[in-house]
Design a binder for this molecule. Structure first.
Ligand SMILES: Nc1nc2c(c(=O)[nH]1)N[C@H]1C(S)=C(S)[C@@H](COP(=O)(O)OP(=O)(O)OC[C@H]3O[C@@H](n4cnc5c(=O)[nH]c(N)nc54)[C@H](O)[C@@H]3O)O[C@H]1N2
Ligand SMILES: Nc1nc2c(c(=O)[nH]1)N[C@H]1C(S)=C(S)[C@@H](COP(=O)(O)OP(=O)(O)OC[C@H]3O[C@@H](n4cnc5c(=O)[nH]c(N)nc54)[C@H](O)[C@@H]3O)O[C@H]1N2
Ligand code: SF4
Ligand SMILES: [Mo]
Length: 700
């Protein structure tokens, strides 16, 4: 940190996405003047984006919740923390006394993955209360991956990072790193440019996506299947590889299920698989042979298929493809890091599995699906949810069945939102509890840094002062527990630093003091591979490439009618895309700095489909599904495959003025209102945020 009276430069890192880019922040008189990438950061210095560059505008937004706010006669008025804590504690106690512990639920959104203290204290608080009603963003994000990893490896949270710099063949399925970056439980800073460097050096890059994305534009091959049919494409690849004897198995561990998978492949034909995904047989064969022959390669699936009807099948078959071609823990393949704190290797299930009260669906990573929450609130009986604490999430806009959930939230006896802002999901809140922005807090997030593609760790710095009187988010749960006479962490942990120090001490490689002392972050070792297979072998564990439960789902999908995979004329499968300047439904609060272009309110339709439907460029259209109707402006494109349309996700979610709940910022329409919370991937309980069947017609 350079320092004179009024001007300072502070080095910290971003906490918006998993890239955790190092930032160089210029501060003058306590106000951020500019944010640039920290070029002295030894690990992330080539990575950066507009979200980090403008992050200070979020902290200084006029719409920010700056004090606890209590709803009184339809408005929110500021109150003290003491009043908030004692009122919420009293209401929770009364609800539990009348209805039992499961009447209180918690939901954590995406940014809570970036605030170790807030997330840990939230969970510890729910644990101390004794409620089973825990919900999280995973069920609209990564459930497919957790279920697949659990079934194959017995490790729900296994992170397998692509070794980009050494790869000869990257097969990307439903991920768009040119916009979203390489981060989904495993991070590769600047990964997209690093991959493009490999492509320039001759590596193959195959992008499987119904849309010719920013990533597909740089690929050596773009494969455009129908949405939700990647499993058929992948099974085709596996069939070719097994039929042609191209499979190689890892020598260090036992692999089971190969014969069972082969039997499933035998029972179907390449022609049928090709028809299901609408990709020609010769293309499937070419990718299969190319992938198997590449000395070093990996297959990686993202959120595109994970948020569709067959997300688990897709993630399973992607992992199986990697196992059958010996890509795990190999250079240029996918590897599990073992630094400094390896969550996946220390535990299998995060918690014992339970089944939900209303729909009887099994938990994933210890949580029920967000898609079940509305029913759990609205369905009477023992265990009906009456109170909810939402930490850093906007589930009405980012999950499925938003109208259903909004109606349910309005029925709650107590809704508490812990957030920097008031959004659509917090309209009916009884309390708004403020949060501290990442530029205002010092934090060592050990778990996130454990998913780096090399051993590196850094602390954030407090760059600016939080609003006067604002308290760290975790202390809200701490104080609430104290007011209710509950003990958190069994009385063993009283501060997030203590938690970080303990996790680091377990590794024996680096201490909290050393991390704190390094201004630009610390590389504390060489990158090594092989830990995962070694660990697995030592434990005498095997990988199952054809788990029974998933195989049942695959067989059921295979009996589906090929014709029904193509929607009827005038009907389309709706998928999503991310915006450069937004993080899911967030970052519109920067007073318009998020940017806006014509395509934002647009539904992207294939040019030929549009012409057949009599829709012209710029026409206003109605997009209808079983649950809702929205208006959008048609953009005709050759980049989206036939019978598929795209709307930006997160866009169109209103930001509210916390005092009046009036809309402070709103552009566009909420596409997720079109998605049902009843139509889920049967294996993961994730909703069909991609693959929603919609009808589109021109407005008069
Ligand atoms: N700028 C920006 N960056 C972000 C985010 C953001 O909101 N904005 N969000 C962050 C978060 S939370 C996450 S989890 C990551 C996600 O990172 P990614 O998983 O890379 O997510 P997307 O960029 O949405 O890419 C998904 C792709 O899947 C395609 N797709 C949709 N349905 C299907 C299908 O059925 N099959 C196939 N093969 N493809 C399909 C879509 O066209 C899209 O190109 O991104 C992170 N990065
Ligand atoms: N159609 C479609 N829907 C999708 C997706 C898709 O690809 N397509 N992607 C899905 C994915 S991958 C994800 S991760 C989800 C994300 O969905 P959400 O978890 O709802 O993410 P956000 O929309 O970013 O809302 C996060 C909230 O956290 C608040 N926040 C930010 N920082 C902090 C903090 O430090 N503390 C607290 N307490 N609050 C904070 C923000 O103000 C905001 O209100 O959306 C999912 N929804
Ligand atoms: S949001 Fe942008 S700047 Fe922040 S960590 Fe992610 S890529 Fe880096
Ligand atoms: Mo996500």
């Amino acid at each position: 940190m350079t320092n004179d009276q009024s001007q300072r430069t502070v080095f910290t890192h971003c906490l918006i996405c998993e890239q955790l880019c190092g930032l160089e922040v210029a501060v003058e008189d306590g106000v951020v003047k500019s944010i640039r990438p920290d070029k002295q950061n030894p690990y992330t210095w080539r990575d950066f984006c507009v979200k980090g560059q403008r992050s200070h505008e979020v902290a200084s937004s006029p719409w920010r919740v700056r004090m606890p706010m209590k709803r009184v006669d339809g408005r929110f008025v500021e109150a003290s923390y003491e009043e908030a804590v004692s009122d919420i504690a009293a209401r929770l106690q009364a609800i539990i006394a009348r209805h039992g512990k499961d009447a209180v639920a918690g939901y954590l959104g995406n940014p809570m993955g970036f605030s170790s203290g807030a997330a840990a204290w939230h969970f510890s608080f729910l644990g101390a209360l004794g409620t089973n009603q825990k919900y999280g963003v995973q069920s609209i994000d990564s459930n497919a991956k957790h279920v697949a990893c659990d079934a194959m490896f017995g490790l729900e949270t296994l992170a397998l990072i692509p070794d980009i710099d050494a790869t000869d063949y990257a097969l990307l399925i439903g991920t768009n790193p040119a916009v979203s970056k390489f981060n989904w439980g495993g991070k590769v800073p600047n990964g997209w440019r690093r991959l493009k460097d490999r492509v320039h050096a001759g590596a193959e890059l195959v992008v499987v996506d119904p849309r010719r994305t920013e990533s597909a534009a740089s690929a050596s091959r773009h494969v455009a299947p129908l949405p939700e049919t990647d499993w058929a494409f992948l099974l085709g690849l596996i069939k070719v590889i097994l039929d042609e004897g191209l499979s190689r198995l890892p020598s260090e561990i036992a692999v089971t299920g190969r014969d069972a998978l082969y039997a499933i492949c035998e029972a179907t034909s390449l022609n049928r698989l090709a028809a299901l995904c609408d990709i020609p047989v010769h293309e499937i064969t070419a990718v299969a042979r190319g992938f198997a022959a590449a000395p070093r390669g990996f297959a990686f699936a993202g959120t595109g298929p994970a948020l569709g009807r067959h997300g688990v099948l897709t993630h399973w078959l992607t992992l199986a493809l990697n196992v059958l071609t010996d890509r795990l823990d190999r250079p240029g393949g996918r590897f599990a890091p073992n630094w400094p704190y390896n969550m996946p290797m220390t535990k299998g299930h995060s918690e014992p599995k339970r089944r939900s009260r209303v729909r009887g669906i099994e938990t994933v990573v210890g949580q029920y699906s967000l898609s079940e929450l509305a029913d759990e609130i609205l369905t009477p009986g023992q265990g009906q949810v009456r109170a909810l604490i939402v930490g850093g999430g906007n589930p009405v806009s980012t999950g499925a069945g938003g109208d259903h959930l909004a109606r349910a939230l309005g029925q709650l006896e107590l809704l508490v939102s812990v957030d920097l802002f008031q959004r659509e999901s917090h309209r009916e809140a009884h309390w708004l509890i403020p949060a501290v922005h990442f530029l205002e807090r010092e934090e060592v997030h050990v778990a996130l840094h454990s998913m780096n593609d090399r051993p590196f760790i850094q602390s954030t710095r407090q760059v600016i002062e939080p609003p006067p009187g604002l308290r760290p988010e975790w202390t809200f749960y701490h104080d609430l527990a104290a007011a209710m006479g509950l003990e958190l962490f069994g009385g063993h942990i009283s501060h997030p630093d203590q938690m970080a120090a303990g996790m680091l001490a377990g590794s024996g490689k680096v201490t909290l003091e050393q991390v704190r002392a390094s201004e630009h972050g610390l590389i504390y070792g060489e990158r090594t591979m092989g830990h995962f297979l070694e660990y697995f072998g030592k434990q005498d564990r095997s990988v199952d490439v054809c788990p029974e439960r998933l195989a049942g789902g695959l067989k059921a999908a295979l009996t589906g009618d090929v014709k029904t995979s193509l929607p009827l004329p005038g009907h389309y499968r709706l998928i999503s895309r991310r915006r450069n300047g937004m993080m899911n439904s967030s970052l519109t609060e920067t007073s318009g700095s998020v940017g806006h272009d014509e395509t934002d309110d647009a539904v992207e339709i294939n040019r030929i489909d549009a012409e057949q439907a009599g829709i012209a460029e710029g026409d206003w259209v109605e997009v209808r599904s079983d649950t809702s109707t929205i208006r959008a402006c048609a953009t005709l494109s050759g980049d989206i495959r036939r019978s598929t349309v795209v709307l930006a996700q997160g866009w169109g979610s209103p930001l509210l003025d916390p005092a009046t709940s009036a809309v402070a910022y709103l552009r566009g329409n909420e596409r997720n209102k079109l998605v049902s919370d009843a139509d889920l991937d049967p294996l993961s309980a994730a909703p069909r945020l991609n693959g929603t069947l919609v009808a589109i017609s021109r407005i008069g």
